[in-house]
Design a protein around this ligand. Structure first.
Ligand code: FES
Ligand SMILES: [Fe+2]
Length: 360
């Protein structure tokens, strides 16, 4: 018999309430952690009001269960992993990777276990991150986690930072799509957006291309030196494309510079994300002929070279995003002005995808 579990709520019709209360499309894959953060010890995370406990089996396989024990609904993440099951800290009930209750210590082995379970989520690891499917599990193979092939590319040097903001995810994505706030970042931002040239829309995507001016280029020693020595900088004009690939974001500045933002909406007023920056060394032709071990070493040694820069950008953006959320909370009916057409398209996309129940 199928165990009794609280199940997922079927989507409602299109969301028409305030965008800052819009839900998410649960039937997609969401980044919930870095792979390296999850070992055998249980870790608690949250995706759109659903608490999740992540842990690994002895073989290293990832498991994701609802972080509420079926017995008294306490956090399973306070417990431990035993024989590939998770054991609740309170009375020691054990649940297997599918969420089914497989052991209740005080009942002994001869008593039939009650037919109970906690919810288990489809979970995969891809490009160094853990991805979870919070919606209807039967739909999990209809879509895939976001592609980020640079993660495994030996020519791509990555830097990353975490971003935690006490704000609705729509504020974060609008911040990432609006390239007209360079004055906020001053010395930390390597480009200046001149003008928005094109906005292209798809069912789950909005892409905006700006004409930008930058000194960023990685093609020879001189171009690298100018990144660190302002007096050597030479400006040139490049396209800057930012894309909301719902529910995540990516950008490309010329050919050598990319940033991804993997977004985990926690609830109406909390959003977690990872920003991953890639610098391409593809123009250094000699590198492609170097032994793979050397290239791996170089990728590892140079990793996080831009971390400080990213962290400063994030810190400044989060202050603005949280100001916006606070203003909304104080005056939810007040309409701000918006003049960037890319942002209006983004808001429409958030609305179209908001199939979850809104909060009252
Ligand atoms: S609350 Fe978890 S075993 Fe009792
Ligand atoms: Fe910014």
């Amino acid at each position: 018999m199928k165990p009794e579990i609280s199940t997922y709520v079927e989507p409602h019709a299109q969301f028409n309430g305030p965008i800052r209360r819009a839900g998410i499309n649960c039937n997609l894959w969401y980044m919930i952690a870095m792979s390296s953060e999850i070992q055998q010890r249980p870790v608690r995370r949250e995706i759109w009001k659903q608490p999740v406990v992540l842990f690994r089996t002895r073989q290293g396989e990832m498991r994701a269960l609802e972080d509420r024990c079926a017995h008294r609904l306490v956090r399973l993440s306070r417990g431990r992993v035993k024989d590939d099951n998770i054991e609740c800290a309170y009375h020691g009930w054990q649940f297997n990777g599918a969420g089914r209750c497989v052991h209740i210590p005080h009942l002994g082995s001869r008593t039939t276990l009650p037919n109970c379970a906690v919810r288990s989520f489809p979970v995969v690891e891809k490009h160094g991150f853990v991805w979870i499917f919070p919606g209807n599990p039967a739909l999990s193979d209809t879509t895939v986690p976001m592609e980020m092939n640079e993660w495994d590319d030996l020519n791509e040097i990555s830097s990353f930072v975490t971003l935690r903001t006490r704000a609705h995810f729509s504020y974060l994505i609008e911040n990432l799509m609006d390239m007209y706030h360079g004055s906020l970042h001053a010395q930390y931002q390597v480009w200046t957006a001149e003008s928005l040239k094109e906005v292209v829309e798809g069912e789950k995507q909005v892409s905006a291309t700006y004409q930008a001016t930058t000194y960023y280029e990685v093609k020879d020693l001189g171009s690298i030196l100018q990144l660190f020595i302002p007096s050597l900088r030479k400006l040139h004009s490049v396209p800057l494309t930012v894309t909301y690939e719902y529910p995540n974001w990516k950008s490309a500045l010329g050919e050598d510079f990319k940033i991804y933002c993997l977004i985990c909406p926690v609830n109406e007023r909390s959003t977690n994300a990872y920003l991953i920056h890639y610098t391409s060394l593809a123009k250094f032709k000699g590198l492609n002929n170097a032994p793979v071990a050397i290239r791996r070493l170089l990728k590892r040694v140079l990793s996080n070279v831009a971390k400080k820069l990213l962290a400063n950008l994030v810190r400044q953006d989060v202050i603005m995003i949280e100001d916006e959320q606070a203003a909304f909370d104080q005056e939810p009916l007040r309409q701000p002005f918006e003049v960037n057409r890319a942002i209006r398209r983004v808001q429409e996309l958030v609305r179209r995808q908001a199939t979850d129940r809104p909060l009252n």
